[in-house]
Design a binder for this molecule. Structure first.
Ligand SMILES: [Cu+2]
Length: 327
């Protein structure tokens, strides 16, 4: 059997359609975390002049609750299996689902068609990184396997047959986890991703300051934020704020703050926070301060806190005027 290949581009927004080859692509090459993504795979032609008889899509880990769209004139088959990790969707545990979709029919080589499925984008996928969807196109006399996954930072052009990809964007449904984490740096340590790192501005001689952030755990085991170190603070503690009757009480979490497996915790004013005790200098709005955070399993990571005044902390460090146009 001889096998011939055609070309396929990854990201329509990154790779302009300047190639001499025809490409199969996703119509929308970006998808947001914690949202449903409609994947429209565009197949512009068959294998070197032959009609396409069969198209098989392999669902990558992190896309769940996949539902393919039936096509008139095509037979639709799916195979299901267990995910590598458990996910939660609408409060329910999801452990398995569609892992492979196959459409069988016929698409003339000089015709164009689209193959559609819907998927839930889980927070196991990291914003700013692409996810790749291997596709195999079969013809009477051979097949085209778009299954090569580019390494981190590798130009898909360097691959002969890259799997089409989708760039993962931060969730937008919630301003806490939305564009704030896109415009601010994100810190990775082990399975943890830390974004939206900010601390409250202080008045001169103030003894303490609060530090806030979003911590995501993409791993399969819980981790704990147990403490930290900062040049501007004599003692870095992890605190919880809670209403006790009518009184807001603050206490140190002696065992640390749990970041559950596959979950996330937002540290914010009025809730969990890093407490910088024994401040050695005031923190002024607009400045930033480096500090080290220590996790029980993942270890220590240096992060930079953006210093915000109280009002901007409450709005998660974002400028209100920019809230309207994040999409
Ligand atoms: Cu505190």
């Amino acid at each position: 059997m001889h096998v011939k290949f055609l070309s396929l581009a990854l990201f329509a927004n990154l790779i302009a359609a300047t190639s001499a080859h025809a490409h199969a692509t996703f119509e929308t090459p970006q998808a947001k975390v914690d949202s449903y993504y409609k994947a429209v795979l565009k197949v512009p032609h068959g294998c070197d002049g032959q009609p396409t008889l069969n198209l098989r899509v392999t669902v990558p880990e992190g896309l769940i609750a996949v539902k393919p769209m039936p096509k008139a004139g095509w037979t639709l088959e799916t195979s299901t299996g267990n995910y590598a990790q458990n996910y939660s969707l609408h409060g329910k545990k999801v452990m398995s689902g569609v892992k492979q979709i196959t459409w069988t029919g016929s698409l003339e080589s000089d015709h164009y068609d689209e193959f559609v499925f819907q998927a839930r984008v889980t927070n196991a996928l990291m914003p700013g990184k692409p996810v790749h969807v291997p596709v195999v196109q079969k013809c009477a006399d051979g097949s085209v396997a778009w299954t090569e996954i580019p390494a981190a930072g590798q130009d898909p052009h360097d691959l002969k047959r890259p799997a089409p990809g989708i760039m993962i964007l931060a969730a937008s449904s919630d301003h806490e986890t939305g564009h704030a984490s896109m415009k601010q740096p994100s810190y990775n340590i082990g399975d943890l991703v830390i974004t939206n790192v900010r601390a409250g501005a202080t008045v001169p001689k103030a003894p303490v300051a609060g530090g806030y952030m979003l911590i995501k755990n993409n791993g399969s085991e819980a981790d704990f934020l147990v403490g930290g170190k900062a040049a501007f603070s004599g003692d870095v503690q992890i605190h919880e704020m809670k209403m006790q009757g009518d009184v807001m009480k603050m206490r140190e979490l002696a065992d640390g703050l749990e970041i559950p497996a596959g979950g996330e915790v937002m540290l914010k004013p009025g809730g969990y926070h890093v407490m910088f005790m024994k401040l050695t200098e005031p923190l002024s709005e607009g400045e930033s301060r480096k500090a080290t955070l220590t996790f029980k399993k993942a270890g220590s990571v240096e992060v930079e806190f953006d210093i915000k005044n109280r009002k901007h902390l409450k709005s998660h460090g974002m400028d209100h005027s920019k809230h309207g146009n994040s999409n």
